[in-house]
Write a protein that binds this ligand. Sequence first.
Ligand SMILES: [Zn+2]
Length: 169
Amino acid sequence: MGSQYQKCLKSGMPKPVHPDAPEQSGAFQAFIAAKGLRATRQRMAVFEAARSIAGHYTAEDLLKKSRSLDRTVSRATIYRAIPLLIGSSVIREVDVGRDHKYYLAEIGTTNFRAQLVCESCDTIIEVDAPFMEWYGKAVAAKHGMRPISQKLQVTALCERCQKRKNLRP
Ligand SMILES: [Zn+2]
């Protein structure tokens, strides 16, 4: 996940611009306080880990990274923290129709994002696709409908998997 994303960065993908760290940390703490929860050391370690992983990651990746910051973080802490991180807009859930969900640190963009999902490995690439938003609105309007949400996911084979399978695009 991380390494593949790094590769994308090198090939000219825009580097995610993280919202101001203290601002996001404050928003997260306020969110969990409103739920009657405390900003424990473990929760803050998960918060730091969730922000610091580049690209898409799984709950297990988040557990590993969080434990590298605080060994006492449990799997239960991770699964309870994830809805809090999503609710406070620190991360976003990315469902690509697999058994496990992926997560991505929010990059503070409101642009429509399309996802290119490799069908045989964990590579997910997000690209700005503002035309999709326009297209969804235009098509919905034509049928008298107002769009609520839309997504574009392209299932594909990444370069590495193409080579592995000895296929050409
Ligand atoms: Zn692949």
